[in-house]
Design a binder for this molecule. Structure first.
Ligand code: 5GP
Length: 184
């Protein structure tokens, strides 16, 4: 029995497999390596959801990057964005003049990132772009440019590969749709 087999019972289906994720992360790493060659790149992990994606992605980027971690509150234990965003943990270092790449797990309404980009722009980085593992374009309510996205997914609540429901399921190696009875 695989160690995570028990939590698979809480999914209605697997949406993205670990093999598909690994291939997409490798491709994205190559793109970032090419696009940021010669730049002073700071990769910013948005905790906690992006942590698994981030740690895989930085190892696919063949450049002298620096890393930062930021934590914002968005969902609590529900499944839809409140639109209220609060910085729980800020960056440790100054980003003025640097090329910032925000690494996020999923873009849903876009409110969280739209807010974050505005906050970070006030610190005068040279550039600021977004890389997300998952995107739900059908759910967008704000105008947001996402430069790098690995997978467009339908409007369903997903967990795994860092994404949680009430702090559970982050350790699932694949991404799956959570059984609605778990949160309804
Ligand atoms: P937005 O501000 O774009 O509506 O929400 C972004 C945040 O909502 C993500 O960083 C993530 O924490 C959470 N979120 C949105 N959709 C999902 C989902 O399907 N599953 C999980 N686990 N979190 C989600």
């Amino acid at each position: 029995m695989e160690p995570t087999a028990r939590i698979y019972q809480d999914l209605t289906r697997i949406l993205v497999t670990r093999e598909e994720i690994a291939a997409a992360v490798r491709d994205l790493g190559r793109k970032i390596t090419a696009d940021y060659d010669g730049r002073d790149l700071v990769m910013v992990c948005i905790l906690k959801g992006a942590c698994v994606f981030f740690t895989d992605l930085i190892r696919e980027v063949d450049l002298p990057v620096t890393t930062e971690f930021m934590s914002v509150s968005s969902y609590g234990s529900g499944t839809s964005s409140s639109g209220v965003v609060r910085i729980v943990k800020d960056l440790d270092r100054n980003i003025e003049g640097k090329d910032v790449l925000i690494v996020e797990d999923i873009v849903d309404s876009g409110r969280t990132l739209s807010y974050l980009v505005k906050v970070l722009e006030q610190r005068h980085p040279r550039s600021i772009h977004i890389a997300t593992l998952l995107d739900k374009p059908a759910r967008r309510v704000v105008d947001l440019t996402v430069q790098y996205s690995c997978f467009d997914i339908p409007d369903a609540f997903v967990v795994g590969y860092g994404l949680d429901y009430d702090e559970h399921y982050r350790n699932l190696p694949d991404i799956g749709v959570l059984r609605p009875t778990i949160y309804e």
